[in-house]
Design a protein around this ligand. Structure first.
Ligand code: GDD
Length: 327
């Protein structure tokens, strides 16, 4: 039985990855933040299953800021694979919390790499990197060779973690890989990210609990995939013969406005009556032309996204409508 260690197991990606690995008969260990008390919604179904919880799934309280709190469960687990997914992952918030973002997202990755290197038997290491490392690139679509040139504090912190992962691979011989992940969504997405924010608001409007949806730049474009596809990519990246970086993306661009239209349509409402834009949600800098080329992942890992943008938004809307209206 293989053992995996996941930071950020309570998040969208961590919870889908835990499910995937448990289905592949892994023993899964994850760390959760004291502040959440291990009660995250995304893991409730796994914790409620006596066949799984504390038999093949183990949760440990730890903070990325406190190396010792991670070292103990990590050494006990002695994993074959580490998936480092935890970070301060909100790009907009990174402008307000610059130092904290660099500490958690950038330095956090380095701390994990250093702990990994010192384990008696170094496990394979996956770092969740981001398309934000490219900033607003000259070259489109982006791939593993695109110059790193972040324009947001979050992107800068991820660039640091990404480059450190490469340094540990080259200099310390770690099987360390970066998955350069473009946006990926699901009903488990955090509420501050634009897809979930829109879907939640539309369902609340449908239920008569809200009157409007206030957004930032609705012309902003992203390459949006589904999180379930991307965690499969993470696992595949660690099964490959050699440690390599991989872009995971759909290669398709959509606008925030497209999400708005699909979500309101799913609820049978006219978006024009409810949506307005406000300065507070515009970002000081927002990458443009963020679109990925995942050809390397397709060629070497046989990975490609299976869930479309439209299916993703439909699944998210169905979940939100069900939550508020039992529809
Ligand atoms: N969050 C938010 N809220 N975004 C808005 C809003 C709003 O009201 N209005 C417009 N947007 C625009 C943002 O300016 C951005 O261009 C786009 O919607 C997507 O924003 P987010 O959903 O917050 O995601 P992100 O692209 O900034 O970052 C996500 O993807 C990265 C790449 O995978 C995060 O998940 C990052 O952690 C991740 O690395």
């Amino acid at each position: 039985m293989k053992r995996a260690f996941i930071t950020g197991i309570e998040g969208q990606d961590g919870s889908y990855l835990a499910e995937l690995l448990l289905a592949k008969n892994y023993e899964v260990h994850g760390i959760f933040r004291h502040s959440t008390n291990g009660g995250a919604v995304n893991l409730r179904h796994l914790k409620a299953d006596p066949q799984i919880f504390e038999r093949t799934l183990f949760l440990h309280p730890a903070e990325l800021d406190d190396v010792d709190s991670i070292r103990v469960p990590l050494e006990q687990c002695a994993p074959d694979e580490i998936y480092h997914l935890a970070s301060q992952s909100h790009v907009g918030a990174s402008f307000e919390k610059v130092e904290e973002t660099c500490r958690i997202t950038g330095l956090g990755a380095l701390r994990l790499l250093e702990l990994t290197r010192k384990l008696p038997k170094a496990p394979r290491f996956f770092h969740a990197s981001s398309s934000e490392i490219f900033g607003s690139p000259e070259q489109s679509p982006q791939d593993e060779t695109t110059p790193v040139n972040p324009i947001t504090p979050y992107g800068c912190a991820k660039a640091f973690g990404t480059q450190m992962t490469r340094i540990y691979r080259k200099n310390f011989g770690l099987f360390a890989v970066n998955g350069i992940l473009f946006n990926h969504e699901s009903p488990r997405r955090g509420e501050n990210f634009v897809t979930r924010k829109i879907c939640r608001a539309v369902a609340a409007i449908k239920a008569g609990r809200r009157q409007e949806l206030v957004l930032g730049d609705t012309s902003a474009q992203r390459d949006w995939g589904h999180a379930r596809d991307y965690v499969r990519g993470m696992w595949l990246a660690l099964q490959h013969d050699t440690p390599e970086d991989f872009v995971f993306a759909t290669g398709k661009l959509h606008r925030v406005q497209d999400i708005v239209e699909l979500a309101f349509q799913a609820a049978g409402l006219e978006w024009q009556k409810f949506v307005r834009q406000e300065k507070q949600f515009f970002r000081p800098a927002d990458p443009r032309q963020v679109i990925g080329n995942a050809a390397k992942a397709k060629n070497l890992l046989d990975w490609q996204p299976e869930i479309s943008f439209e299916q993703t938004i439909a699944e998210m809307m169905a979940a939100e409508l069900h939550a508020v209206l039992n529809l």
